[in-house]
Design a protein around this ligand. Structure first.
Ligand SMILES: C[S@@+](CC[C@H](N)C(=O)[O-])C[C@H]1O[C@@H](n2cnc3c(N)ncnc32)[C@H](O)[C@@H]1O
Length: 356
């Protein structure tokens, strides 16, 4: 199949969703009170000591101390809030990305601060655009690495709840933007996010679908200029606070299957790319099996894909983020650190150099 998929978007007022992202954020805040899941911590202790060496103990201190987690604000260029930026400056916030960073669109405004804490979340109000999105600043690195240009055909393969989709639209105005999410409930959450941030007529350029991302390459081969694969992964931050230890132990046992799913999503993304197009792969886990190993397997099995150097971007943002040293030029891993509690976030960039 070529061309846009059927539009699954509906008017916000007609959605009647049971789950408001604001409510979910409150639930996430509630998690701060919860206990660390011992079985997960023990598992991470072994794996990440082996993979990260000395850096793991500093990372562990941040991951197990949710009260020191920082939250950034991505301003919505489609709904400027008068006085918001001066109010943020008064509260100690500063621009999270240096203006001199290559490919930082002028309209892209993200604020962070060294002190922990969270700005109040905005409630979803049908028909009203939100002024900002609260997020982990490291989750913007895959979006900046993608370098979307006006008019391009862009696919966000695993898009819910939609933070990176919203961020992509702060950077550029794609000719067509396909946001896909397999999970039904999360797909509705994605629709709500888009309606909360993106105005008419831009919203008409967006297609929301509920496909298995592994099929999109066959459905729309060679169609996209840019593809983001923000893959389902172990999600170290949330797994550490799993409420049910038995379920957590089961998830840890099934962890290997995630690498296989991630690889298949990447294969599909490569198929969906036109020649010369590029893809960014990201996860929010430290696990090498879900990061470098998956990318290395793709590079060794797909001769039409080449690594793209993102070390310049990493250098440009090194004031704000701490990276694992010794990674290859086409990848980076953000390590959470006190005062820079962003990540974990793995990012890799690849380019499709031929059709076969
Ligand atoms: C890390 S989350 C994406 C976060 C999102 N990009 C954002 O920034 O808000 C990964 C998403 O992939 C979805 N997913 C899992 N399996 C999938 C599949 N086979 N195809 C597409 N999406 C899938 C999950 O339901 C989850 O919502």
């Amino acid at each position: 199949m070529r061309g846009p998929l059927p539009l699954a978007r509906r008017a916000g007022a007609a959605l009647g969703l049971g789950r408001d992202p604001g409510q979910v954020e409150k639930k996430a805040e509630g998690k701060v009170q919860k206990q660390i899941c011992r079985v997960v911590l023990d598992h991470f202790e072994k794996q990440y000591t082996a993979e990260l060496g000395d850096a793991w103990s500093r990372v562990r201190d941040v991951l197990t101390s949710p009260w020191c987690w920082q939250h950034a604000l991505l301003l919505n260029r489609f709904s400027p809030s008068p006085g918001l930026e001066s109010s943020l400056a008064e509260q100690g916030y500063h621009p999270a990305f240096p203006a001199a960073l290559p490919y930082l669109p002028a309209a892209f405004r993200c604020y962070s601060r060294t002190a922990p804490g969270r700005f109040p979340a905005q409630k979803h109000q049908p028909g009203r655009l939100k002024g900002y999105y609260l997020l982990n600043a490291a989750s913007l690195l895959p979006v900046l690495a993608l370098e979307v240009q006006d008019g391009e055909h862009v696919l966000d393969l695993c898009a819910a709840p939609g933070g990176k989709s919203v961020a992509i639209l702060q950077c550029a105005c794609p000719g067509h933007f396909h946001c896909n999410e397999y999970d039904d409930l999360r797909s509705r959450w994605l629709e709500q996010t888009i309606e909360s941030f993106i105005p008419d007529p831009l919203i008409n350029l967006i297609t929301v679908s509920k496909l298995d991302g592994r099929q999109i390459g066959d459905l729309q081969p060679e169609f996209y200029d840019k593809v983001l694969v923000d893959a389902p992964c172990s999600n170290d931050r949330s797994w550490l606070f799993s409420a049910d230890p038995q379920q957590a132990a089961l998830r840890l046992m099934q962890r290997k299957e995630l690498s296989s799913l991630q690889f298949q999503l990447l294969r599909s993304a490569v198929k969906a790319l036109r020649r010369g197009g590029s893809l960014v792969y990201s996860t929010c886990t430290l696990s090498r099996a879900e990061n470098s190993d998956v990318i290395n397997l793709l590079l060794s099995s797909c001769s039409n894909v080449m690594p793209v150097d993102i070390s310049g971007m990493a250098r440009g943002v090194s004031q704000e983020f701490t990276f694992l040293s010794g990674t290859q030029q086409h990848e980076l891993l953000v390590l959470p650190e006190k005062g820079r509690a962003w990540g974990p976030m793995y990012v890799a960039k690849l380019k499709k150099v031929s059709s076969t």
